[in-house]
Write a protein that binds this ligand. Structure first.
Ligand SMILES: O=C(O)[C@H](O)[C@@H](O)[C@H](O)[C@H](O)COP(=O)(O)O
Ligand code: SF4
Length: 606
């Protein structure tokens, strides 16, 4: 099938815009490979130190004739998604040995659970924990004793952070190894309803806690289609998993065999063999566009409008929100997974999962099929579903229809002919809005605004009954330079209650939302942010703001002369406590959300 001309045009734009940086990046890979990780080039003392911590692998490592795999792990017990990694390294060493290779844990990276920090001070470290992960990944791989790497990470900023660090060692073959979602518990919509009842004081805290624990009940990734699970979908589309590895549940034979196959496959794609597939070549402009396409086709997390530009930059590639907006006009919405529907990712997987979506997009010419992938057969492999046939891992073709067309649709019969993303522009700046989870009649709202500088003040105003009307809630000084750009997802229940009461409600912020946020129209990532002179700092209570996702407008309906003459309000003082003061350097040097909001990349000139 011929590639859709708009996808070809956007890809050409990305290639052209990235040309110089991508050329420099590829030259780095060649230089690193020539002078990089050949262990024999290291001194004997250096090698002895590298091997001292191993046991049965030492002789094989000393011989230096086989791949030594560096495992970079985001294991911790705090993220249900990452708790599954506890014993992965032990198993992976056995599977590496099966393939004549060795493996060592090269290093650990931090992983923050946005569910635990949501609504609290720790959320102000969340975005920059991504760069911390990238730096930690570089520390791990900097030992130059690895000819391949396996990256263990799933959640929000962890996969982007691992990629940003790993891509600077792009001469190495690498594979992302996911752990899979927990089994389904209390349905996400039911959980959201109980939260709204709690916001209205109609259920007790104990009842709410019981409901939350029924939703988040065991090891594995949370089952809503938020940033974490959007990561898995994108890694499939970039060919960085074993095909179809995204959503096999933890503790199953299928999950084990997919991980085993990933370790084996990694040993086949190193530079000593004839099938060299370094991650820096796998992640090229077409792979980045494919990631954007599947994000749009599945109503994925808006956080990736920040993370994709960031990890693309680490590979010398520049993608921007105009690219996403143009792709969104022609990429159909093929899934309805919470918050874009009732199903969760287990239902998505059972109905066909990422491989069904990829098969459909490839078949309709809506995705690049000619990309280099970890999977041997290229992107076509990722359109097939992995299954166990007895003890053997196999990949099977999908049927014509999905297993449930209320969850997954074919490209010829989508939920919507367009993806769920829009850019909004006007005298307030440039913002993003995801409309795939918003009813169409709520795409346009014009109402007086109420301005806040802190999400807790919004909660207090709601409880005091001050928001019982059509209102655009503005929360500013939430940008990356101001306070680290926290998710404001705790505002979803109160704003949802106002919406349920019949009011027209929207949120406008230079901050961001969770991938699990949905039904309330939110203009987010507003750039330029309030700190540093963004026009959002000129808004006053009562100003009428117009948000229209149909026309792509976000404006303050204030007399032009008055608007021009308005002063910017002063910023609140920088917060201290919960370690936030330690991240000041990242806030001071980061660039804007559309470029990835990364001080690390900005200061590196990438
Ligand atoms: O972007 C995301 O997907 C969110 O950061 C998600 O990882 C976070 O955990 C939410 O807070 C979960 O949703 P609840 O807070 O509604 O449980
Ligand atoms: S999906 Fe979110 S809440 Fe769930 S484990 Fe990952 S970071 Fe935590």
């Amino acid at each position: 099938m011929t590639l859709h001309p708009e996808i070809a045009a956007v890809t050409d734009r990305v290639i052209e815009r990235s040309k110089a940086r991508r050329r420099a990046y590829l030259a780095l890979l060649d230089a690193e490979r020539e002078s990089g990780n050949d262990r024999p080039k290291l001194g004997c003392a250096n090698l002895a130190h590298a091997y001292a911590g191993t046991d049965e692998q030492r002789e094989q490592m000393k011989a230096g004739r086989s791949m030594n795999i560096g495992i970079v792990s985001a294991y911790n017990d705090l993220l249900s998604a990452h708790a599954v990694y506890y014993r992965y390294p032990e198993q992976m060493k056995i599977w590496a040995h099966e393939a004549g290779a060795t493996a060592q844990v090269a290093g650990g990276v931090p992983a923050m659970c946005d569910g635990v920090t949501q609504g609290y001070q720790g959320m102000e470290l969340s975005l920059f924990s991504r760069d911390t992960i990238a730096l930690s990944t570089a520390v791990a791989l900097s030992h130059r004793t690895f000819e391949g790497a396996a990256l263990l990470g799933i959640c929000d900023k962890i996969v982007p952070g691992l990629l940003m660090g790993a891509l600077r060692f792009g001469h190495l073959p690498m594979v992302l190894i996911p752990g899979g979602p927990m089994k389904s518990g209390l349905a996400n919509k039911e959980k959201a309803k109980i939260r709204e009842l709690y916001a209205e004081g109609k259920v007790s805290r104990d009842e709410l806690l019981d409901a939350e624990i029924a939703a988040y009940h065991s090891k594995g990734t949370c089952t809503f289609y938020g940033t974490a699970n959007s990561n898995q979908m994108m890694m499939e589309a970039m060919g960085l998993h074993m095909p179809g590895a995204a959503f096999a549940n933890p503790g199953t034979k299928l999950r084990q065999e997919l991980t085993r196959a990933a370790v084996h496959r990694l040993t086949e794609i190193g530079w000593n063999g004839d099938d060299y597939r370094p991650i820096g070549h796998v992640v090229d402009e077409k792979a980045i566009v494919n990631a954007a396409i599947v994000l749009l086709a599945t109503g994925g997390s808006t956080n990736h409008l920040i993370h994709v530009p960031a990890f693309a930059r680490a590979a010398g590639i520049t993608i921007d929100w105009d690219d996403f907006d143009r792709l969104s006009r022609i990429v159909p919405l093929l899934t309805r997974v919470y918050p874009n529907g009732s199903a969760d990712v287990n239902g998505f997987e059972d109905a066909g999962g990422p491989s069904f979506v990829i098969r459909e997009l490839l078949g309709a010419g809506l995705m690049h099929g000619d990309t280099l992938t970890v999977g041997k057969g290229g992107m076509a492999d990722y359109g097939r579903k992995p299954e166990m046939a007895g003890d053997t891992l196999v990949w099977t073709e999908h049927g014509e229809k999905s297993g449930d067309d209320t969850i997954v649709r074919t490209a010829s019969d989508p939920f919507s002919s367009e993806g769920g993303f829009r850019i909004l522009k006007g005298n307030l700046g440039r913002a993003c809005i995801k409309v795939s989870a918003v009813e169409r009649e709520r795409w346009t709202i014009e109402a007086p605004c109420r301005v806040f500088a802190d999400q807790l003040e919004v909660q207090e105003a709601f409880k005091a009954g001050e928001l019982e009307r059509d209102v655009i809630v503005v929360v500013r000084f939430q940008g990356p330079k101001a306070n680290g750009m926290p998710e404001l997802h705790k505002l979803t229940p109160p704003l949802g209650v106002l919406q349920n009461r019949g009011f027209k409600v929207a949120l406008v912020t230079d901050g961001r939302m969770s991938g699990a946020s949905g039904k309330v129209p939110c203009a987010i990532h507003l750039s330029p942010e309030a700190l540093g002179g963004g026009p959002i700092a000129k808004l006053r209570d009562g100003d009428v703001v117009r948000l229209c996702a149909e026309s792509g407008e976000l404006s303050a309906l204030v007399d032009a002369a008055e608007w021009e003459a308005r002063e910017h309000v002063a910023a609140p003082p920088p917060a201290i406590g919960t370690g936030r003061e330690l991240f000041a350097m990242l806030r001071h040097h980061c660039d804007e959300a559309e470029k990835g909001a990364s001080a690390m990349l900005a200061e590196a000139g990438l």
